[in-house]
Design a protein around this ligand. Structure first.
Ligand SMILES: Nc1nc2c(ncn2[C@@H]2O[C@H](COP(=O)(O)OP(=O)(O)OP(=O)(O)O)[C@@H](O)[C@H]2O)c(=O)[nH]1
Ligand SMILES: [Mg+2]
Length: 335
């Protein structure tokens, strides 16, 4: 029997929770949008099978039950439809989705007795927003996502408090500063990100001390770009870049692989001037459709590195594994 371990995503609306979860999944499954998007809870469990189940919730006026959907478009499209109906009505119980999917992060788990689920939540929308009735996150890892473009500090503090109040142990919370790509145009991108990071670190310390946690640890804040990570991991998967076997799988077994790869590549090229050396840029044809496989592979490799998605996946998996050995956990030793 596998032990199921959950990873919850918290944060203010539009901080990029769904985009980041998608990047760790390696597919564009969870709907994301400029305006408030996610409604209800969506659990994505790592599995070799692909499926979608929509739970019967109070007043649900959408089709519930199991769907034999295999492509990210089908699943993401259905989630979006249901979430839009829910937002437009306002009087219904929030929907609940269960997805099985072969996730990028889950495929890195070597142990056969451990299984991972990612749980996407709706954002904290206003100060005091308490629509989160999903209960405590005991025995789970919580990822608190801060958007680098968020200006409302009180809302950020509220989302932080929510994650802390639902968690049984502050060492199981991972802090992420997302959208750091917005600093790419700055003269000193690292300095801009560091300033924000310092402010957030002070905010975390304040929230911890208000809860009576006497933390001796300097909380780490992981800087990522969910957007770049999502695009790069989707291209890698649907272009079959990892091996000849992956290329055959993409070509013959993944629906719409070619168009999914092309769409993500087109999007990613918006960033390529920041990612690639000028020498390399000179040789690149203007149209992405004319790029060679080697050129596409290089862009994806650099984008994945810059996005810091895989190092974040490692931190999440390390934290999940530590949950089983509480006495290796520094918090438990000093408590
Ligand atoms: N530049 C940039 N934009 C991002 C990044 N991640 C997400 N976004 C954008 O931010 C907006 C919100 O992203 P979502 O993933 O929907 O955010 P969310 O936190 O899930 O939002 P709710 O579900 O509504 O709470 C979308 O327009 C995304 O494209 C990123 O790393 N960089
Ligand atoms: Mg969302």
């Amino acid at each position: 029997m596998k032990q199921q371990r959950e990873v919850f995503f918290f944060g203010t609306t539009s901080s990029g929770k769904s985009t980041l979860a998608n990047a760790l999944i390696g597919a564009d499954l969870l709907p994301h949008a400029v305006q408030e998007m996610t409604a209800g809870l969506t659990r994505v469990s790592h599995s070799r099978r692909k499926s979608l189940n929509i739970a019967e919730t109070d007043g649900a006026c959408w089709e519930c039950g199991s769907f034999d959907f295999r492509s990210p478009e089908q699943i993401g499209g259905r989630l979006r439809e249901v979430m839009e109906i829910y937002h437009s009505r306002g009087d219904l119980a929030p929907p609940r989705f269960e997805i099985n999917w072969p996730t990028r992060i889950g495929s890195r788990i070597k142990r056969r007795d451990l299984a991972i689920s990612l749980v996407d939540t709706p954002g904290v929308r206003w100060v005091g927003d308490d629509r989160h009735s999903h209960g405590r996150t005991e025995g789970a890892v919580s990822v608190v996502v801060f958007g680098a473009d968020e200006t409302d500090e009180r809302k950020q503090f509220d989302s932080l408090n929510l994650a802390m109040s639902l968690s049984d142990n502050p060492t199981n919370i991972i802090y992420v500063l997302n959208k750091v790509d917005i600093f790419l145009n700055d003269r000193e991108p690292n300095a801009s990100a560091r300033q924000l990071e310092d402010r957030l670190r002070r905010m975390i310390a304040r929230a911890e001390s208000e809860r009576g946690f006497t933390s001796a640890l300097n909380r780490q804040i992981y800087k990522v770009s969910g957007r770049i990570g999502l695009l790069a991991s989707v291209i890698e998967e649907y272009g079959g870049y990892k091996s000849w076997f992956a290329r055959i799988k993409a070509k013959y077994f993944q629906r719409d692989a070619k168009s999914i790869e092309a769409k993500a590549l087109e999007e990613l090229t918006k960033y390529h001037r920041h990612l690639l050396d000028s020498e390399f840029l000179e040789d690149l044809p203007r149209a992405t459709s004319k790029w060679t496989l080697a050129q596409r592979k290089l862009l994806v490799k650099v984008a994945l590195q810059e996005s810091m998605i895989d190092p974040l996946a490692k931190v999440i998996l390390d934290t999940l594994t530590l949950l089983e050995h509480p006495f290796q956990n520094p918090r438990e030793l000093v408590a």
